[in-house]
Design a protein around this ligand. Structure first.
Ligand code: PHE
Length: 517
C-alpha cells in the first residue's frame, strides 16, 4: 500500500464512522497490508495528518492483560500440568521419582533448551497443579492417572479477554499473563478534514515576490505561523560568564568615551606596579604574602627613562610638589624585581607616563579617559570569594582642575550605568591616591550596602614626576569583575566561576548578560 492509500484508508474510515480508535484501524489495515507493522508505525501517519489539521487525536490509555512469552509457549504446546498428566497416563506403572524424571525429559522434547522453561521447578509445581485439576490422583501406593480430557489452562490462555479476576490473578502469578499499559488514540475529524488526500489543499508556507506581483496571494491559504516554536539550539561554543560581563563593562566604558588600555603584560616590574605609584619600598603589600615574585628572570631591564627613575627615587626620599616624601633610603634594585602584577593600576601608570612623554615632545595634552579589564595576581588563600588571581576593572580620567566632586560625579555616573544607582563613599587609604574613597552600592535584592570598588585622585607624588602638568590631575577607580558577575548570575562560590570546578553545562546554559545589581 502506498502512503497515500494508507492515508485515504484512515480518512474514509473516519468519514464513515465519525470516530475510530487507532487500535481498530491498525487491525483493519494489517488485514490488507503488511506495511504497518505496529501501532508506532501507524502513529507516524496519524501525526502527519494531525499536523495538517485533517484529523484530531486524543491520546487514551488503559491497562490490559497480555500473554507473557512463557504463557505463549504453553498456549501453543500445552500447559505443564497437562503434560504431567499425560506422562502419568502413559506410564501408570512408574513411581513418583521415575515420573518426575520422565516428565523433565518430556519438557525438553516439547520446549527444547529454553531459558523460560525451568524444568526442575516445573516438575514440582506441575505435580501439585495436575492433582488439583484432577489429571492425576495420589495415594499411599503412588501416582495414578486421573481424568484427562482437556488442557484447561491452555483453554484459558486462548481466551484471556473473558477471564474472571481470580483466575487472571493466578495466571499472572504463574508468569503466564502480565498487565500492560496500552496506549491508543481516539481519531476524529480535524478542522481541515477531507475524505481523500487529493482534495487536500496544501497551505502555502512562504509569501513570495511573484505571489505579491501576480496577486495570487489573495487566492491561496497560508499556513499559520507557529509563534511557540523554539529556535533550534546551535551547537557552538559559549562565552564564559566573566567574559560576557566583561563585554558589558567594556561597552559601558566605550559609551562613556573611554579608550581601552593594552593590558597584555601580566609580568611587571616592581617599578611600575609599586614605585611609580609612590608606594614606599617598605609598604606591607609588597611582602611575599601579597605579591608573587618571579624567579626567572628575577630582574627586569633598567627603566628606560633614567631621568624619570631618578625623579621617582627623589620623590620617595625627599618629596616635592608640596610633599615631604616618604623619607627613607630608596633601594635602586628593588624596582627591578619582576612580579605578577598585583593591580592594573600599574598599566594606568605606564599610560600616564606615555601621555606625559607626548606632552614633553609636543607641548600638547588633552583630557583623556582610559579603562582596562584584565587579570591581576595576589598571593591570597583561596576561599568562597577569593582566588589568587582575579579580574580588575579599572578606569581613570585625566583632566584639568578635577576636584573630589568630579570624582564622585564620574563614579556615580559610571556605577549608575551598571545598575547601581545609589552609591555612597567612605574615606579610606591608598598609597597612590589622596583623597581615597571606598565605593558602596545598595543592593536592593539583599537590602544591604555592599563594597563594590575603590577610588581616589592620583597623588601629585605619582603623576607630576612623570611630567604631567601641575594644573592637571587624575581621578581613578577600580573594582573586581568577579563580584558583579557573581551577583548577576547568582553564584555563591567563586570556585564555581573559575578553576577546575567550573561546569561546562553551567557556562552553556547561563543567560546572556544584562548587568543589573
Ligand atoms: N588598584 C586599586 C586596587 O587594587 C584600585 C584602585 C584603582 C584604587 C585606582 C584607586 C584608584 O584595589
Amino acid at each position: 500500500m502506498e502512503d497515500r492509500t494508507i492515508q485515504n484508508f484512515i480518512l474514509q474510515r473516519i468519514d464513515a464512522a465519525g470516530e475510530v480508535d487507532s487500535l481498530t484501524i491498525l487491525a483493519e489495515i494489517q488485514q490488507v497490508s503488511q506495511q504497518i507493522k505496529d501501532h508506532q508505525a501507524l502513529y507516524q501517519y496519524l501525526l502527519s495528518l494531525q499536523a495538517l489539521g485533517i484529523i484530531a487525536l486524543e491520546g487514551l490509555s488503559d491497562k490490559r492483560l497480555e500473554i507473557t512469552p512463557e504463557g505463549e509457549l504453553y498456549r501453543e504446546r500445552g500447559s505443564p500440568e497437562f503434560i504431567f498428566g499425560q506422562v502419568v497416563a502413559e506410564h501408570p506403572e512408574l513411581d513418583r521419582a521415575q515420573v518426575t524424571e520422565l516428565y523433565q525429559q518430556r519438557l525438553l522434547e516439547i520446549f527444547g533448551e529454553n531459558p523460560l522453561i525451568d524444568r526442575k521447578t516445573l516438575a514440582t509445581a506441575a505435580l501439585g497443579k495436575a492433582k488439583q485439576m484432577g489429571y492425576i490422583k495420589m495415594d499411599k501406593s503412588g501416582i495414578h492417572p486421573g481424568t484427562i480430557e482437556a488442557d484447561q489452562t491452555r483453554d484459558l490462555l486462548n481466551n484471556i479477554s473473558e477471564l474472571p479476576p481470580k483466575i487472571a490473578n493466578d495466571l499472572k502469578k504463574r508468569n503466564m499473563l502480565q498487565l500492560v499499559t496500552v496506549k491508543w488514540f481516539k481519531i476524529t475529524k480535524g478542522e481541515k478534514f477531507v475524505n481523500d488526500m487529493s482534495l487536500y489543499k496544501k497551505p502555502v508556507v512562504e509569501l513570495t515576490e511573484e505571489m505579491m506581483r501576480s496577486g495570487e496571494w489573495q487566492n491561496v491559504e497560508f499556513a499559520p505561523l507557529n509563534f511557540e516554536a523554539l529556535g533550534q539550539r546551535i551547537p557552538c561554543g559559549h562565552q564564559h560568564p566573566l567574559m560576557r560581563v566583561r563585554q558589558e563593562f567594556r561597552q559601558i566604558f566605550m559609551q562613556m568615551g573611554f579608550e581601552e588600555m593594552d593590558t597584555s603584560n601580566y609580568l611587571e616590574s616592581s617599578f611600575w606596579n609599586f614605585d611609580s605609584l609612590f608606594q614606599g619600598q617598605q609598604h606591607p603589600c609588597r611582602d611575599l604574602h601579597d605579591t608573587f615574585f618571579i624567579k626567572d628572570p628575577e630582574l627586569s631591564n633598567p627603566i628606560a627613562d633614567q631621568e624619570y627613575f631618578e625623579h621617582v627615587k627623589k620623590t620617595h626620599q625627599t618629596g616635592g610638589f608640596g610633599s615631604i616624601g616618604l623619607r627613607y633610603k630608596f633601594d635602586e634594585k628593588i624596582p627591578l624585581t619582576n612580579i605578577l602584577r598585583t593591580h592594573t593600576t600599574a598599566v594606568s601608570s605606564r599610560y600616564l607616563k606615555k601621555i606625559a612623554d607626548e606632552f614633553k615632545a609636543t607641548g600638547q595634552i588633552r583630557p583623556r579617559k582610559f579603562f582596562s579589564i584584565d587579570r591581576v595576581y595576589r598571593n591570597e588563600t583561596a576561599d568562597a570569594t577569593h582566588l589568587s588571581e582575579f579580574f580588575q576593572i579599572e578606569g581613570f580620567c585625566l583632566g584639568q582642575g578635577y576636584s573630589l566632586v568630579d570624582l564622585m560625579n564620574h563614579i556615580q555616573s559610571f556605577f549608575s550605568r551598571i545598575g547601581m544607582a545609589e552609591v555612597e563613599f567612605r574615606p579610606t587609604y591608598n598609597p597612590y591616591t589622596e583623597p581615597s574613597m571606598e565605593i558602596y552600592a545598595f543592593n536592593p535584592q539583599k537590602g544591604q550596602w555592599l563594597e563594590v570598588g575603590n577610588s581616589g585622585m592620583f597623588r601629585p607624588e605619582m603623576i607630576y614626576p612623570m611630567g604631567i602638568p601641575e594644573d592637571w590631575n587624575v581621578i581613578a577607580w577600580g573594582l573586581s569583575l568577579e563580584r558583579p558577575t557573581m551577583i548577576e548570575y547568582e553564584l555563591k562560590e567563586i570556585r564555581k566561576l573559575e578553576g577546575p570546578e567550573v561546569l561546562l553545562d553551567m557556562i552553556d546554559n547561563l543567560p546572556i548578560c544584562r548587568i543589573t545589581f
